[in-house]
Design a binder for this molecule. Structure first.
Ligand SMILES: Cc1cc2nc3c(=O)[nH]c(=O)nc-3n(C[C@H](O)[C@H](O)[C@H](O)COP(=O)(O)OP(=O)(O)OC[C@H]3O[C@@H](n4cnc5c(N)ncnc54)[C@H](O)[C@@H]3O)c2cc1C
Length: 376
């Protein structure tokens, strides 16, 4: 295993770093305060090729590896976790099942447009009574002669208020297991609720979605009936690696600002970074971020090389998300009252970082599953 990035990986990292510094960071506070979906940035990130990074060239993507993708995600999240969350939804869960199972019409009119950033996709799995426990999903797809009739209530759907299409997890009346459906949002009976007011990632807008007798033609079933959970497992490790990268990005942003502040804030006649108590905090943050990055790269390397990686992806997601909240919290202590002020970025980083504890599996669920992998 080689820890040196390739020239292409370095170039991708630099491209997204520049974009983050020049385009995302200057707007990050404003879009958070306005709780507005960043349409313009989203389109520009599409133009950079981000949404197609994980798809082959034949379908308009660039077929890049997960290491490259993770490097880009870290940089986007360093600029704004809201922007990065909306964009990773589009580039992974929002489009993956269309790519895998969509017919020509779905690929041409939706998938291809989505990876250019011209259409927006979301995934509807969670329901009011089914979060971690996805097998308790109640949304139904009644099997008809010529298609399906979809009914149910979803919640916490990222990008729903601006989405053109969804991938929906539902239960058919002829199978115990779940199935996946493609649902354009302009179909009759698709009801988008108002945005959920959130603690963080406020510019990644999220809402409830209702399906009221939505008719779906047969070819809107993605994959086979009853194989939804099996298909989800195909990208589970990648989702977790991606969430770990999101967590690292916001932690890096908090660390960089705390480091700068420690060098410039003067108390008792010297920069606070000259006090050992502050030095310990900054050093601890740097160590945790460095460890997180290296482990993330290890999990991504396993995935790129098609090696067993479920446990490692869970460890990466668990460690990086807990690290992220910790680093953002420590950074806010370094800035003290200014870390509490809305006109500084740190309070946003701290609020945003908590999202990474939830998406891709909560810490508790991950620990249970890691224990299972360990034979318990
Ligand atoms: C900003 C944001 C965006 C989101 N976007 C999407 C999206 O686009 N699409 C989508 O489908 N969903 C989305 N979600 C939902 C997310 O996937 C769920 O919130 C997540 O699965 C957890 O479910 P829950 O919140 O219902 O928590 P619950 O499952 O109710 O868990 C509550 C608590 O109980 C613990 N717990 C649950 N079961 C166990 C157990 N067996 N053992 C021990 N502890 C347990 C959990 O760890 C947690 O601490 C989003 C959530 C957020 C916050």
């Amino acid at each position: 295993m080689n820890f040196e990035l390739t020239d292409i990986q370095k170039e991708i990292q630099q491209t997204f770093r520049n974009f983050s510094d020049n385009r995302i960071k200057p707007q990050a506070m404003e879009i958070d305060i306005n709780k507005s979906f960043p349409h313009q940035l989203f389109k520009e990130i599409g133009d950079l090729g981000f949404f197609g990074m994980r798809y082959p060239e034949e379908v308009g993507g660039t077929g890049l590896d997960i290491v490259s993708y993770s490097l880009a995600v870290i940089e986007l999240s360093r600029g704004s976790l809201s922007v990065a969350a909306a964009c990773t939804m589009q580039s992974l869960m929002g489009t993956y099942f269309l790519y895998r199972f969509g017919n020509d019409e779905i690929i041409k009119n939706y998938f291809s447009e989505a990876i250019k950033g011209n259409k927006i996709g979301g995934i509807c799995m969670t329901e009011p009574n089914a979060g971690s426990d996805l097998m308790n999903i109640k949304t139904t797809a009644k099997v008809l002669e010529d298609g399906f009739l979809l009914n149910g209530q979803k919640t916490w759907v990222t990008s729903a208020p601006v989405a053109d299409f969804f991938t929906v997890l539902a239960r058919t009346d002829n199978h115990e297991q779940l199935s996946i459906f493609f649902v354009p949002t302009d179909l009759q009976g698709v009801l988008i609720g108002k945005s959920i007011e959130k603690m963080g990632v406020r510019a990644s807008i999220t809402s409830e979605v209702g399906f009221n007798d939505v008719f779906l033609p047969k070819n809107y079933l993605l994959g086979n009936i009853g194989e939804g959970t099996k298909c989800l497992k195909e990208i589970l490790a990648e989702i977790r690696i991606m969430t770990a990268a999101l967590a690292i990005g916001v932690a890096v942003a908090a660390y960089e600002e705390a480091l700068e502040y420690a060098k410039t804030r003067v108390q008792f006649g010297k920069p606070i970074g000259k006090f050992q108590a502050v030095q310990m905090k900054i050093a601890d943050m740097a160590v945790q971020i460095e460890m997180a990055k290296k482990y993330l790269m290890y999990a991504a390397y396993l995935s790129d090389n098609n090696l067993p990686r479920q446990k490692e992806a869970m460890i990466a997601k668990l460690y990086c998300s807990e690290m992220s909240v910790n680093v953002c919290d420590e950074a806010s202590r370094v800035l003290a009252s200014y870390g509490y002020a809305v006109e500084y970025n740190i309070e946003r980083y701290l609020r945003d970082s908590r999202f990474t504890l939830i998406g891709g599996g909560t810490s508790e669920i991950l620990k249970i599953n890691i224990a299972k992998e360990l034979g318990l």
